[in-house]
Design a protein around this ligand. Structure first.
Ligand SMILES: [Zn+2]
Length: 225
């Protein structure tokens, strides 16, 4: 199991030490859950989960392969950016609220994805610069995932992405808003969430200098819906 904890950040744990056969224990080892885990050090880096009390099993997510594949990807990028044993209460709260939104709120799934990607990047020290204009002073109409900034047509380089003005507005909102209000916006044309999503995932991928199989899987799943 991989557990994102408040005090120790992400830890790896094995469950064979779990005692008792209470239903709550079994439920806590589902694919995605929020719970109170009692851990004790085991061999090497590994912890042993001695007990677990489930607080929320996020059942709507467990039963929805698309949502589950999205959250698996989001857990993947969190692990990549945070690493193990690096406590971060902001990331914990962002992730929990994102799983909650995916489970219980009627939000566009690509919006949920983009909001978390961008907020995570901010929390991890990669807050993009989305100011008024390109650094040369011209109107900025592209986003540079490599530089983490908006640029104009003259300053853009290979890999920079043309931005719809509404996509830029959404990015500015997400970066600037209080974390608890991160989902509090909407656009009429839901296709713009797809555009936003392609920008934010590229930003994560370029800054992490890798591709994510879990993202490819999510996209494959989404193609089936
Ligand atoms: Zn420029």
């Amino acid at each position: 199991m991989t557990i994102l904890t408040r005090d120790d950040g992400i830890v790896k744990a094995v469950r064979y030490g779990v005692r008792g056969k209470k239903a709550s224990n079994a439920a806590a080892f589902q694919v995605m859950c929020y719970g109170d885990f009692k851990l004790r050090p085991s061999r090497g880096e590994l912890m042993t989960a001695v007990s677990a009390d489930i607080i929320d099993g996020f059942y709507p997510v467990s039963e929805d392969i698309l949502k589950l594949s999205l959250l698996t990807y989001l857990a993947d990028i969190t692990y990549t950016l945070l690493g193990e044993n690096n406590p971060d209460s902001r990331v914990l709260s962002l992730f929990l609220n994102t799983v909650y939104a995916a489970s219980y709120r009627d939000e566009n799934i690509m919006k949920i994805k983009s909001v978390y990607e961008l907020k995570l990047m901010c929390a991890a020290g990669f807050m993009p610069y989305l100011g008024a204009a390109c650094e040369c002073g011209r109107n900025a109409e592209y986003f540079s995932p490599a530089r983490g900034t908006i640029v104009c047509a003259s300053c853009r380089k290979k890999g920079d992405i043309a931005l719809h003005s509404t996509v830029l507005s959404m990015m500015r909102y997400i970066v600037g808003c209080e974390d608890k209000k991160m989902m509090s916006f909407s656009v009429n044309d839901e296709k713009l969430y797809d555009e936003l999503s392609s920008v934010t995932e590229k930003y994560v991928s370029v800054q992490c200098e890798r591709e994510f199989d879990s993202l490819a899987y999510f996209k494959a799943m989404r193609g089936l819906y």
